[in-house]
Design a protein around this ligand. Sequence first.
Ligand code: LAN
Length: 727
Amino acid sequence: MYSRLELPDSPKQPFTDYSRWRLLVSDSGRHTWHYLSTEEECAKWPQNSVDKFWLGLDLNYPPLSPPKSALEAARNGYRFYKTLQSHDGHWPGEYGGPMFLLPGLVIGSYVSGMEFTLEERKEMIRYLMNRAHPEDGGWGIHVEGPSTVFGTGLNYTALRLLGMDADHPVCTKARAILHRLGGATAIPAWGKFWLSLLNVYDWEGNNPVPPELWLLPDWIPFHPHKWWIHTRNVYIPMSYLYGVRFKMPENDLILALREELYPENYYSIDWPAQRNNVAEVDLYAPHTTLLDMLNSVLAMYESCTLPPLRRAAVARAYELIVLEDENTGYQTLGPVSKMFNLVARVHREGPESEAYRLHKEKRYDFMWIGAEGMMMCGTNGSQVWDTGFITQALVETGLAELPENKESLIKALEWLEDAQMLDNPKHYQTAYRHGTKGAWGFSTKEQGYIVSDCTGEGLKAVLYLQKDLSFTPKLVSDQRIYDAVDILLTLQNPNGGFASYELVRGPKWLELLNPAEVFGNIMIEYCYPECTTSVITSLSIFRKHYPNYRAADISRTINAAIRYLHDCQQPEGGWVGSWGICFTYAMQFALESLALVGETYATSDSSRKACEFLLSKQRADGGWGESYKSCEIGKWVEHEDTQMVQTCWAVMALMYAHYPHAAPLERGVALVMSRQLPDGSWPQEAIEGIFNKTCAIAYPNFKFSFPIWMLGKAHKYLNDLKSQAKM
Ligand code: LAN
């Protein structure tokens, strides 16, 4: 479909004119990037500081006066960060990291006949070139991981579809490592699936993905509506596409890829033997015997499916796909389901349909142009999450009261007000959804999913902005605040903990059927210390302002949540983070929660043990640094370098716990201040987030919100410690 592209050898310089890219922020925080084609358009729509920063262009801010205190450093930090606030009040940001998303965008678009502009193609290619492993030329599951078959097989394919020549040195090198790792036969399940849609892997090489499970009665313990929401939303369109055995018609490029992806002859591969063949470097969660047995039974069933039953099951899966599209403005829950749904809708409804048009358009919500080229993001942004943190930081540090910051905070409140979901999903029980009335999600209200901790942080931010600041308009009514509390209270599990999007619906043994190979803990919802603590802290703050609203329910909920938190503290004193890296992340939330119910270093063994654990990890330079590998194995793994953001989390954790000695905190503060640049910003360090145990994901706004928060808080905290010492 695409012509081959003449490409520069080095991806360091942009392949397009970076002065022409603009981020359009519309519809309650929607992000789409546009490339302006004429000088006139550029003159009419000038590039602003948000565009320039995220494109990696120089902002050329003059140096600020060097801070003499932690508070001044925080203030300088916010002088810079304020310029990254969008006109509508939220903070946009890049959300890259996973390296298996862009191929879905490219393959899904290709098989559906959806094009990209030349500029988008060039910059996607450039991104992949920039992200190729410098030594072996492959790609991993995420930007910091070692090369795998999953990353290399899929990204190689994406490059070829985008127009890179097979003889380009980047392709030659990537092919060499792919073949060294065994070739694409051993690609993990989702890779097999994408390649099968593209018709460069045989459907016989896939384990079955039968849509019939959707015809089972809902009460069955393993019914897919009880699976973790991401897994089931990926499974729905996969089961449709498997059910119809979708495949792209052959063309020259497909024939060429069949040659390139495999060291052996494509036409002599024993496909059924590949179903459980996964390269060693890729494997995180090996199949259980139970799963293998189940797959064998399902494979037998595939050879004798009853056509009317299959048709009914495919129709049911399609129905669920449509409900999900309509509930989310065609972006779906996440980037993987987005592209599978898109292919399914185009397959059923064709290129002239409304579904085609809407799906095509909504790809842009995930496409982001950064300094290294164009990527596909982990969600349609992290709008609520980032806006929630920085606003809380400003209020807690007192920076919110500075006249220079008032307007910015009012804007942020306006945005947060607009981001609250006021109703339950359009298709609610019919789409197996949890309620959303009163909720905040992670990105935008259009995406339309509640996340427990996003509602917690959104609620906290609004309470801070409305209750602690005299100058803000009170935009979110008491009733809407009650709605947020009501929906949070519906999310507690019997063990006291809170999971991510829903209650834990399925039995734990379902994890034995995890087919994804590359991710852990994905079959059902699990309770997470981070999600639980955001709910505890938001409810604790809420009840200070509204002591009479559902007081007994709230106190029961908080007490049970605190018990859960104690239960999941590790014997060494830490909590394992599941969404940020790793102990330092989870511990700042956990120690804040404990302190809010009166458990501090002085009063609680749990808090003291946690502080001692953290202190034992402080480095000689005063900072902390842990690798994403901590999340893979649930044990602290040192990073080669001290990490500024993690140092903030650790110092925050100690302050929340009311740790009584200044020295370790002062050393942490000094480290964070030493890394600040003269314009008030901080440089990007290692990746900050994680999901499903193995895949790191970037939270580039954390390098602003957390140092500002920590430094401002530490300033006051250390002064208080000094005055207490004098007394
Ligand atoms: C996210 C991002 C935000 C994150 C927090 C709010 C930080 C967390 O506390 C709860 C879980 C949540 C909402 C979360 C869940 C999984 C997501 C959506 C992601 C890590 C972003 C990308 C990821 C998604 C699963 C990526 C697509 C990959 C699949 C395996 C389907």
